[in-house]
Design a protein. Structure first.
Length: 196
């Protein structure tokens, strides 16, 4: 274990990078749901980019966890990175970060096993990515010293990320409402007029 500004900057920087990457991944995931070929964005932009950005966020998360554990300025043990209870340093906020990590691990593992799972099960488990994102943002707000004053550098990306995901959620809810209205619409009656 070491102490120094490099680990602190790596930890804070990787935390912000994770938030941005997961935000982009969530937004792209929303854009790829229920898309029809040839409409909006091509599949490689939404699905493939979504998957690759999600994997990049896992790499950033590993950097974040390793730097948090390696930095001796605060006492964070390796097991506290995977067990959301029992931390001595900021137990609530650290626990939320650990919970976000655990949820992301479940989403990643089930995505890797997607071809072996029933689509409905995978889809329901994949919805945990929304919870993972929200819990991760709460972790960053609660434990991040960069947000203590409104002039902190982390405020702008946090506000932009929250805005992007809220916009994506509104878009997704709009799509769901539109589909329900289409299904509920009665079939058009066509009157056949027979000429005498």
């Amino acid at each position: 274990m070491t102490d120094g500004p490099l680990l602190w900057y790596l930890n804070r920087g990787s935390g912000l990078v994770i938030m941005v990457l997961l935000t982009v991944s969530v937004v792209l995931g929303v854009l790829s749901v229920g898309r029809r070929p040839g409409r909006r964005l091509p599949a490689f932009v939404t699905q493939d980019l979504h998957r690759n950005i999600a994997l990049l966020s896992v790499v950033a998360l590993l950097v974040h966890v390793v730097t948090a554990v390696a930095d001796s300025f605060v006492d964070i043990r390796w097991w506290q990175a995977v067990v959301p209870i029992g931390a001595t340093y900021e137990p609530l906020w650290l626990g939320l970060g650990t919970l976000a990590l655990d949820l992301l691990a479940v989403v990643v593992v089930t995505s890797l096993l997607r071809t072996h799972l029933h689509h409905g099960l995978w889809s329901r488990v994949h919805l945990l990515s929304w919870v993972c994102w929200a819990v991760g943002v709460a972790h960053g707000i609660g434990i991040g010293t960069d947000l203590e004053d409104l002039s902190g550098l982390a405020v702008t990306p946090t506000v932009l990320c929250v805005g992007a995901v809220l916009t994506a959620a509104a878009y997704r809810l709009g799509l769901v409402a539109k589909r329900r209205r289409r299904r509920a619409r009665p079939a058009r009656r066509t009157d056949v007029v027979v000429a005498p």
